[in-house]
Write a protein that binds this ligand. Structure first.
Ligand SMILES: *[C@@H]1O[C@H](CO)[C@@H](O)[C@H](O)[C@H]1NC(C)=O
Ligand SMILES: [Cu+2]
Length: 317
């Protein structure tokens, strides 16, 4: 008993900053579990799908040279790649219990040239955003944020690889941004995946960005004081980065016959959407079409269906 307590005391004394920050430590996909990089261990002999990363501390400059993958951009000496089916869900797990509940969650992909991402510098790639969630309900000051949902979901975030993404080798970049203090704190980590069974919808030029480059310190979603008077009345939050993949003009034009009723929600939960009865818009593939706190259009462009991802987010897929 004494030894155990002493060990705990020793551990917390030795790793003070570890308790305040962190990053993605593991992944799961289709029942497979993938251990991530252990930044506090020796790099020697580490074999993982995750790109090596160097520090538990946050990045606090939106243009930092390490903002792509929280590292110098290089792959590991024994780098692995996970095979992931297009259309499947992949989950990233942060260290438990993640401490920062205010801010957005974002997931990006970047395709690598050639037959592997190993050896490819992450700063040389073009990224597109496949998932984003920001202020889910309430105000910027005291509302519910995606970061809080991540904590509630076992300090993890699940993103579905779009079924339309071309097959190939990619880096996947999970990111949580913490807004509880200024400047904002960025926690991005990357893993190597090979997407199989994909589609043929390439991201548009407007959807592709570089890291660094995608964010600016003056972006409204980054240069934000969540405790200000403005924030106390603010119910919208602009998520940083490019438009979501599939949302910027690549969807087929709206059909000539307007759907007569909003698309039904396939959610089994009782999570209501405040669907406005006058909704006339049609939402492009991967666009938001429902969820608590959402009041925009709910009808999807044909042939997509509004599908609940969680209580707060339904999208056209
Ligand atoms: C919660 O996450 C940890 C990894 O951080 C994992 O080992 C555990 O299985 C997860 N629990 C559930 C219920 O998913
Ligand atoms: Cu922290």
């Amino acid at each position: 008993m004494f030894a155990f307590t002493a060990l705990l005391a020793l551990a917390s004394a030795a790793l003070p900053s570890v308790l305040a920050h962190g990053g993605v430590l593991s992944y799961s996909n289709a029942g497979n579990w993938y251990q991530g990089w252990a930044p506090y261990n020796s790099p020697t002999g580490q074999t993982t799908i995750q790109r090596p990363w160097s520090t538990y501390n946050p990045i606090t400059d939106a243009t930092d040279s390490q903002i792509a993958c929280n590292d110098d951009g290089t792959s590991g000496a024994l780098q692995l790649t996970a095979t992931v089916a297009a259309g499947s869900a992949i989950t990233a797990y942060w260290n438990q219990v993640w401490p920062h509940a205010i801010g957005p969650m974002l997931t990006y992909l970047a395709q690598c040239p050639g037959s592997s991402c190993t050896g490819v510098n992450s700063n040389s790639l073009k990224w597109f955003k496949i998932d984003e969630a920001g202020l889910l309900s309430g105000t910027v000051y005291d509302g519910q944020w995606a970061d809080g949902k991540m904590i509630a979901d076992n300090s993890s975030w699940t993103t579905t690889i779009p079924s339309t993404v071309p097959s190939g080798n990619y880096l996947i970049r999970f990111e949580t941004i913490a807004l509880h203090s200024m400047p904002a704190q960025f926690y991005p980590e990357c893993a190597q995946i090979q997407i199989t069974g994909g589609g043929s919808l390439a991201p548009t030029a407007a959807e592709l960005v570089s890291f660094p480059g995608a964010y600016s310190n003056s972006d409204p979603g980054i240069n934000i004081d969540v405790y200000s008077n403005t924030a106390q009345a603010q119910t919208t939050y602009v998520i940083p980065g490019p438009p979501l993949y599939g949302s910027s003009g690549s969807a087929s034009p709206a059909p000539s016959t307007t759907p007569s009723a909003p698309a039904s929600h396939s959610s089994a939960s009782s999570a209501p959407t405040s669907a406005p009865s006058s909704s006339a818009g049609t939402v492009a593939q991967y666009g938001q079409c429902g969820g608590q706190g959402y009041s925009g259009p709910t009808a999807c462009v044909s042939p997509f269906t509004c599908t609940a991802q969680n209580d707060y987010y339904s999208q056209c897929i």
